[in-house]
Design a protein around this ligand. Structure first.
Ligand SMILES: Cc1cc2nc3c(=O)[nH]c(=O)nc-3n(C[C@H](O)[C@H](O)[C@H](O)COP(=O)(O)O)c2cc1C
Length: 180
């Protein structure tokens, strides 16, 4: 059993995080979903807390239990931070060390492996700023599940679709199996 933080950001593909949370939980992992404010527009905390059998974090300042900030404890105890789907915005925030919400603060504080599955419009993905952010994050040790090609929700065809849930689960298994 591993402790997995599932970061969910404001992409139309956020509904697939429900499947990820469900499958990872059924596989025996302890999954804590952390949603950005934008992610709340796409998927409900109720769905994710029910499927992960665990409370969801979406507000950095809504901590009530214990003396240690919950997001730091979560970051310290995690075996993996998986961000799926990851927006262009979260890539930019993480590449620049922002900590303006629970997910970005956890991403900075954790020393667990970070696995990122981006999803966005193809032009956003191919923009040099996004590609530079990806390279910066790779340089910090983050690993990526590359977005796939196909019909995108924005109506364009191209690269930018969230990788298949099965592909992401295989990448999770590989990261968890790798020696740290
Ligand atoms: C309908 C809709 C779909 C969106 N889908 C994506 C997406 O797939 N990828 C992305 O990078 N941004 C997408 N956005 C824009 C993000 O929601 C926006 O950049 C937001 O600020 C991201 O915040 P977050 O990274 O904190 O979750 C979408 C916006 C809307 C209105």
């Amino acid at each position: 059993m591993s402790r997995i933080i599932l970061g969910v950001t404001g992409s139309i593909a956020a509904y697939k995080a429900a499947d990820l949370a469900s499958q990872l939980t059924k596989a025996g992992h302890k999954v804590t979903c952390v949603l950005t404010k934008s992610a709340l527009e796409f998927v409900t905390p109720l769905t994710l807390s029910t499927l992960s059998k665990n409370p969801v974090i979406s507000d950095l300042f809504a901590e009530k239990e214990g003396w240690q900030p919950g997001h730091i404890q979560l970051a310290d105890e995690a075996d993996l931070l998986l961000i799926a789907p990851a927006t262009a915005n979260i890539l930019a925030a993480m590449a620049n060390g922002f900590a303006h919400d629970a997910l970005t603060a956890i991403a900075l504080a954790t020393r667990a492996p970070i696995l990122i599955a981006p999803a966005m419009n193809g032009k956003m993905w191919q923009h040099p700023a996004t590609q530079k952010n990806v390279e910066t994050l790779r340089g910090y040790g983050a690993q990526f599940v590359e977005p796939a090609s196909g019909m995108l929700a924005c109506g364009y065809e191209g690269v930018g679709r969230l990788a298949e849930v099965e592909t992401i689960l295989q990448a999770v298994a590989a990261v968890l199996a790798a020696p740290r």
